[in-house]
Design a protein around this ligand. Sequence first.
Ligand SMILES: N[C@@H](CCC(=O)N[C@@H](CS)C(=O)NCC(=O)O)C(=O)O
Length: 283
Amino acid sequence: MTLETVSTSKAHGGTLEVYKHASAATGTEMTFSVFVPPQAQVGEGAKLPMLFYLSGLTCTHANVTDKGEYRRLCAELGLVFVAPDTSPRGEGVADDPAGAYDFGLGAGFYVNATQAPFAAHYRMWDYIAQELPALVAAHFPVDPARMGITGHSMGGHGALTLGLTFPETFKSLSAFAPIVAPGQVPWGHKALGGYLGEDKALWRAHDATALVEDGKRPAGAILIDQGEADSFLAEQLRPHLFAQACEKAGVDLTLRMQPGYDHSYNFISTFMDDHLRWHAERL
Ligand SMILES: N[C@@H](CCC(=O)N[C@@H](CS)C(=O)NCC(=O)O)C(=O)O
């Protein structure tokens, strides 16, 4: 698969690179950023651990790339960091009929849609679970046996559901302010209903709390940070639903409620170092 370079720029001794490529999963062009730390240059054939970061509603690869403040520590730890887009885009890609921010473009919810007109391109589950790991392993100095996943909000939902479903691919798992129970909150009802249809039994495969209840297990322990001043906490995020399911199932979850922090990248960048270390220690 061919990658087209959008940009490349030296940072912290490594390089921040942005690429476009034709995606077999979505049938569209997809864009992602990758930070390659300086350890990649130490000898030919370096194989480094890597972390996928899945973004939230309205985001592209650029939000965390610009505001996540991950490069300095990734350079120190020798961790490759990959940030994909949140939905397919381009001509012929359906959007929310009313142009709402929480469905359609920028809101793929990391599922394979089954409902028209979204089924044609909204296949972010396959893109993140299969296509992107293979593509990254083929083109960058990464060890495919040492990949982790994290994400924010809708991207935290993606990280948890993918990490629980594919523990052999995603060996370490964390999330920032994730949607943990889409089957029980308005964002999830709209997205899962719109992409997967109204049969709620089918939603359980894309609901982290239901996945744990149904017996799925991550590769190891899970870290979640959640701001207590997050305006989405009570209605959309509800992390205690996931904590209860994990406790009952014996899943090792560290849920840290962070006083005063909101839903923004000020919160994410504050705790980014902790998440990078969490993954580096496990990969
Ligand atoms: N009310 C917000 C909701 C979307 C939102 O808060 N998105 C979060 C993820 S759920 C985000 O990361 N936004 C982009 C940013 O802060 O850079 C909007 O319409 O933009």
